[in-house]
Design a protein around this ligand. Structure first.
Ligand code: GLN
Length: 285
């Protein structure tokens, strides 16, 4: 018996319908990205391709299995193994948080403090996939970049990103916050876990598939951030900066913590929704 041929057009139509019924808001986009993955075409090439082009049985089966996982709440980035961040293709896996657009604010803030030919020494704490560290090395190749994480599995992913995107020019350190960090830095960046424990279960299903260690910030979301702000000053050169991403609702509290720990010139950077997403402060000159 011959299978009725499935065309690109039909496959996309069916997929978007199934994803939509599963409550996925980005059904059309996800259908395109996943089919592009199966056919080894980027989204633009897929959209431009002949709609009656047929999928092989293998391709169709693979497409359906990816769709099933997506319908069960797994995010597209884990399914295809990468996510674009700062224009770079960042490899991701279950060991790391998928880089968010709002975290690009942290990169923007850091770049605003580093002149283009900067030779500064930068530490990216809680680096996860290494997205921030890699973006900084990409934009400021003269800087010396260190990146650390408590998770060895995350560091494997981060190292792979450094290999693919910046010729391994980042030094990785396995460390719980500053536990194994030595030396003094001109800039420290961090996107630490900052979600209050009780709120995690209320987040969308995609987030439930992400590593809890990258999200859980304790009772009020600030347990790591408190330590980080208090400890960082000892690792910053005079006049150097600390930049932290957190939830906009947490920023008044973070401002107090920065002030309590004697940071100066405390200021904010805003995400694309114009909300305070990154706070920065300097040590005394
Ligand atoms: N921005 C992430 C979210 O809202 C949280 C990231 C974090 O805890 N560092 O899902």
């Amino acid at each position: 018996m011959t299978r009725q041929a499935v065309t690109i057009r039909k496959a996309l139509y069916e997929a978007a319908r199934d994803l939509h019924s599963a409550g996925i808001e980005t059904s059309v986009l996800d259908a395109q990205v996943l089919l592009g993955e199966v056919l080894h075409k980027n989204r633009t090439a897929l959209i431009a391709s002949e709609p009656f082009e047929q999928l092989s049985l293998e391709q169709y089966k693979r497409y359906r299995s990816l769709l099933e996982l997506r319908c069960s709440g797994e995010c597209v980035a884990y399914l295809i193994g990468r996510r674009e961040f700062w224009g770079l293709d960042i490899q991701v896996g279950q060991a790391v948080l998928v880089p968010r657009p709002e975290t690009e604010t942290l990169v923007e803030a850091a770049l605003s403090l580093l002149v283009p030919d900067s030779k500064s020494t930068v530490l990216d704490l809680c680096t996860g996939s290494g997205a921030v560290a890699v973006a900084l090395k990409h934009e400021r190749p003269g800087c010396t970049i260190y990146a650390s994480d408590i998770s060895k599995d995350a560091l494997v992913v981060a190292q792979e990103n450094a290999r693919l995107l910046c010729e391994n020019a980042i030094t990785f350190i396995h460390s719980d916050l500053f536990e194994h960090i030595t030396g003094s830095f001109d800039l420290i960046t961090a996107n630490p876990p900052y979600i209050p424990t009780d709120l995690i279960k209320l987040l969308p299903p995609e987030v439930q598939h992400e590593p809890i260690i990258a999200l859980d910030g304790g009772l009020d979301g600030l347990s790591l951030i408190r330590k980080l702000i208090a400890q960082a000053a000892a690792y910053l050169a005079p006049g150097a900066s600390l930049l932290i991403e957190a939830d906009p609702s947490q920023m008044p509290k973070l401002k107090q913590l920065f002030a309590l720990n004697a940071y100066q010139d405390i200021r904010f950077w805003h995400d694309l929704s114009a909300r305070q997403r990154v706070i920065g402060g300097n040590t005394k000159q």
